[in-house]
Design a protein around this ligand. Structure first.
Ligand code: BGC
Length: 336
């Protein structure tokens, strides 16, 4: 079932709507047309409802706070070093919104756009056109983001993009998961499993160093499930205030489990996932007056491989004129 309701109004007077998808088991997901934001995911557990994703109750908080809570970030998720996009011989200066670098699509990325929405029985389809030159990116880019919730408790997010010229494209969902409930504090006791043999070490500005490195004998080895707290016990210069790194995915399922019986299994056709333990989630008030703070959630941002210091754009995030690219990530909720 899908329901539409008015969520609020932006500072400049535009209406923001919420779309609530729900299934026969009582699982629901609420998506805003503002930023294509996943505002809540509610799971029934022992007669109660647990909201497992961080967010806000008002448009104003989404407009004013940093952190991209629940948004689809883009055009390009992650950092582009020195805010310099190199496509063949052409160099495009992008908006510098993270020191000298470009982050998550710039100052006014997808997270700040109001998408056009179309509802169907189990899905909401959100579309948006980012104009040529938007935040410095070349070519006009049309995106469609489709959220679907099935009766077997799978929430899928499909991202489709087509442009009228060569450009880059790498959106992701920046959902902040806390499977014990968004109001339950630290998520460091969650258990994570990632089928990845390699991760991408970064410098202090979180820009990838040269190439990928093996996860073996490092805190980045999540091939066998472990808690963040345990992983963080192994000393490693790469760990600054938590995880904020890209993993190159092998076939398999990413698993995240809370301590109260809710788990997610994530499958994707993306080549990489950014693991971010909400290190920069400064103290703030979220939904229902709840206090959020660093490490209160985990983001698993499925996306393309990273652009490194050599500025080489991975082929999966290159779009040529009129070519359509898409990727899909499925989140299966398990609870008892
Ligand atoms: C990045 C972090 C960044 C955060 C912003 C994450 O995807 O990896 O470095 O600070 O987004 O919320």
């Amino acid at each position: 079932m899908t329901e539409k309701s008015l969520f609020g109004t932006t500072a400049d007077g535009r209406q923001v709507f919420a779309y609530r998808l729900s299934n026969r088991n009582g699982v629901s997901a609420t998506i805003l047309d503002y930023g294509c934001t996943l505002q809540s995911v509610c799971i029934p557990l022992h007669g109660k409802t647990v909201d497992v994703c961080l967010g806000y109750d008002t448009v104003r908080e989404y407009e004013q706070n940093d952190g991209y809570l629940g948004a689809i970030v883009g055009r390009y998720a992650g950092r582009i070093p020195k805010a310099t996009l190199k496509l063949g011989e052409q160099v495009y200066p992008l908006c510098q919104n993270d020191g000298e670098n470009h982050l998550h699509g710039g100052r006014i990325g997808f997270d700040k756009a109001i998408f056009d929405a179309e509802l169907s029985e189990h899905a909401v389809c959100l579309s948006h056109v980012s104009p040529d030159g938007d935040e410095g990116y070349p070519a006009a880019l049309s995106v469609r983001i489709v959220y679907t919730l099935t009766d077997d408790d799978v929430l899928t997010i499909r991202c489709e993009g087509v442009s009228n010229g060569t450009t880059v494209w790498n959106p992701t969902s920046h959902a902040y998961w806390n499977l014990n409930g968004h109001d339950s504090g630290s998520a460091l006791d969650h258990t994570l499993c990632i089928p990845a043999e390699r991760y991408v070490p970064t410098d202090d500005a979180l820009i990838p160093l040269a190439g990928e490195a093996p996860v073996s004998d490092t805190p980045f080895d999540f091939r066998i499930p472990k808690t963040f707290r345990n992983a963080l016990k192994t000393p490693c210069a790469q760990i600054r205030n938590g995880f904020d790194h890209s993993f190159v995915l092998s076939p398999g399922t990413i698993g995240l489990a809370g301590t109260r019986g809710i788990r997610i299994q994530i499958t994707t056709d993306c080549k990489a996932v950014q693991l971010y333990t909400a290190n920069f989630l400064s103290e703030r008030i979220g939904k229902g007056g709840v206090r959020y703070a660093p490490h209160h959630a985990v983001c698993l941002e499925t996306q393309s491989r990273q652009i490194g210091r050599d500025l080489i754009v991975p082929e999966e995030s290159l779009l040529s004129a009129n070519e359509m690219k898409s990727h899909t990530t499925a989140f299966r909720f398990l609870y008892r």
